[in-house]
Design a protein around this ligand. Structure first.
Ligand SMILES: Cc1cc2nc3c(=O)[nH]c(=O)nc-3n(C[C@H](O)[C@H](O)[C@H](O)COP(=O)(O)OP(=O)(O)OC[C@H]3O[C@@H](n4cnc5c(N)ncnc54)[C@H](O)[C@@H]3O)c2cc1C
Length: 385
């Protein structure tokens, strides 16, 4: 019998990591609940499209029996990527990649990914409007308290609550360090109508614009919108101290013109036509040598465990691979206790995440220093590999 059979498991956070884990634990005989702060599944999920990798995100979906659902919802051709200079001149045009095999890196929007995972769960697995506040030990498990005044008992708690995890401090006091880079994120609805020139350049895929020591990444989405984020070097408190009003398009456009001086006016419609508020994201990373004493009834996955900057496109893939590895350990009858299973998972997760974070930091630095365009072009040049 596996070590979680008949146990109550609380997963806090219904992002890609938490929902994948809930799905993978289904056959294990545990009573699994996902406590999610969003009030319902119809809350609009923000963010760029995600490319899933064969050995991680796709491996988790395969194990979960969800490849057929995935194939209905991923966006063929959205992995088409253009690398352009700061004037918008195309320097590398990557056609959409293969449709199977280890180099198949299909793109799916965050909303459809969340929906397909939700559809694979039982109706009452996710408890919406459950914003985790705190918890205390109760018997051999935990009593969790939520902002809406409710509480719940669980034998085992999994913190899948993302970058600013409230669960993490119950396991470790190690905090993330600032990477040195900040991103400003925005979105444009109906990009064909609102930013037609950029829409054409985007060609239903992704653009990496590189120049000076800065980046501008654009992704098309299946609903006809696009999202973009500028990346640049900045002091950690830049967002708080610069006095920029992220709701004020004119101010944000003026900021871009100054900060990205010398970049073509081609990019300005992004700021003129953006929908809603911009999001400022100082980018953090967990220390590469982090480790903690495993606990018998608590662990972390995804960004809560190993937040890293987004420039290697690994975050969601790591979160889903965590779910795959953690479920494999928790459902393995070779482990006599959940504690043994959690310890085994954490050993492999921390080692893997450290190597991935190191690669990500190196890539983030290279993309934000002089020569970044050539660096990225070299990545695609077989003679430079
Ligand atoms: C600008 C940007 C671009 C990115 N691009 C990519 C990319 O191209 N490819 C890629 O792989 N990764 C990318 N990432 C990273 C990726 O988004 C994350 O690594 C991934 O979403 C982590 O998944 P997760 O399930 O651990 O956490 P999350 O996706 O953050 O999900 C956490 C969930 O927990 C919920 N939650 C939070 N706090 C509480 C609480 N107190 N109580 C209850 N619920 C709570 C949240 O509502 C959310 O549903 C990007 C990140 C950023 C910021």
């Amino acid at each position: 019998m596996n070590p979680v059979n008949n146990k109550r498991i609380a997963i806090v956070g219904g992002g890609p990591g938490g929902l994948t884990l809930a799905r993978l634990l289904l056959p294990g005989g545990a009573a699994v609940k996902v406590y999610e702060r969003d009030v319902s599944r119809s809350v609009r999920v923000q963010g760029a499209t995600l490319d899933l990798h064969d050995e991680s995100g796709l491996a988790a979906l395969r194990k979960a029996g969800l490849m057929a659902a995935f194939e209905q919802h991923y966006r063929p051709g959205a992995d088409h990527m253009r690398v352009v200079d700061k004037h918008g001149v195309i320097r590398f045009d990557e056609m959409a990649g293969p449709t199977e095999g280890v180099y198949f890196r299909p793109e799916i929007d965050r909303g459809p990914l969340r929906n397909l995972l939700l559809d694979s769960l039982q109706e009452d697995t996710v408890v919406w409007n459950s914003h985790f506040q705190d918890m205390q030990a109760e018997g051999k498990g935990w009593r969790l308290h939520f902002k809406n005044g409710t509480s719940a008992y669980a034998d085992i708690v999994i913190g899948a609550d993302g970058a600013n995890s409230r669960l993490r401090p119950y396991l470790t006091d190690i905090v993330a360090f600032y990477s040195g880079y900040t991103a400003i994120e925005g979105a444009v609805y109906d990009s064909a109508k609102n930013v037609p020139v950029l829409h054409t350049l985007l060609h239903g895929g992704k653009i990496f614009a590189l120049g000076d020591d800065k980046t501008l990444v654009l992704s098309s989405k299946g609903d006809g919108s696009l999202v973009f984020y500028t990346g640049f070097k900045a002091p950690e408190n830049w967002v708080k101290e610069n006095g920029l009003d992220l709701n004020d398009k004119a101010q944000m456009k003026a900021w871009f013109q100054e900060a990205f001086a010398g970049w073509d006016a081609l990019w300005l419609p992004l700021f003129e036509q953006s929908a809603g508020s911009f999001i400022a994201r100082p980018l953090y990373c967990m220390p590469l040598d982090q480790h903690w004493q495993s606990q018998p009834n608590l662990t972390l996955l995804g960004d809560a465990a190993h937040l890293m900057p987004p420039y290697a496109g690994e975050g969601v893939n790591m979160a889903m691979l965590d779910a795959l590895e953690l479920s494999a350990c928790l459902l393995d009858p070779a482990f006599h206790t959940a504690h043994e299973a959690i310890a085994a998972y954490e050993r492999q997760m921390l080692t893997r995440a450290s190597a991935t974070a190191q690669m990500t930091l190196e890539q983030t630095d290279a993309l934000h220093r002089e020569g970044n365009l050539q660096y990225m072009l070299d990545m695609f040049d077989p003679e430079k590999q």
